[in-house]
Write a protein that binds this ligand. Sequence first.
Ligand code: AMP
Length: 287
Amino acid sequence: MTRLIVADTVAQVRECVKAWKKEGLTVGLVPTMGYLHEGHASLVQKAREECDKVIASVFVNPTQFGPNEDLEAYPRDFERDCALLEACGADAVFHPVPSEMYAGDFSTWVDMQGLTAGLCGKTRPTHFRGVCTVVSKLFNIVTPDRAYFGQKDAQQLAVIRRMVRDLNIDVQVVGCPIVREEDGLAKSSRNTYLSATERQAALVLSRAVAQGRTLACEGEKDAARIVAEMRRVIEAEPMARIDYVEAVDADTIEPVERLSRDTLFAMAVYIGKTRLIDNFIVRTTEA
Ligand code: AMP
């Protein structure tokens, strides 16, 4: 096993990547906020298969959190993250402090319209501005050939793909499937917030996904019917409070009435104070 290179500064990353590129090696980037689990590991493994060198970033990006969100409470364990990254075969990790990424007078933003207005963007109006800004900074710092993102954050994946297209960023965006716990709950760093009873209640999300997927597989084409059935499943759980359950076009995030293109069924649900997301895509084209 090669030893993981830990880079705290932009200059260290640049030096490292420059040496790799000089040897003609391809570079895969896996951006994360740390507190890594098997979902993140699956991205690193995919990058490992497709790229000569793999660099992950572990950075709890302050600009994607709203004023009343969980920035301070967000779980962190960098030592454990490094052990997991090394075990998955990552070559390097970029772990900057916030001031390395944001100078005191930082004033340039990547602010997307349209795709960011609905779903999570409705409840978290500045979230995707923070995501787009930090991801474009990471792309500029690392200059990866490929970058790996989870389908778990389906709107984020669509937003990154659009940003790369709109800004002609020279990177191939690779989407990776959702990794779940054995009982179906989508793996998330935020699952650590859940008490034992909340953890049980949280299963309504994956149950709603399963129910929605079954209806779609049976041939239901009316998106509102599928959404209504998913809502019914979630509303049966007293600890669950729906933020949204919606059917949208998987690329444009525009609302869908009938399933004719790739349709994303996405939800955000509060279990107690914890906001969890889950989704599935009904594909009408080859994945
Ligand atoms: P985060 O650390 O939550 O910002 O996530 C970093 C990356 O890992 C994002 O591209 C996420 O979509 C992806 N990811 C998080 N959880 C999962 C999961 N359960 N399955 C697959 N990818 C995931």
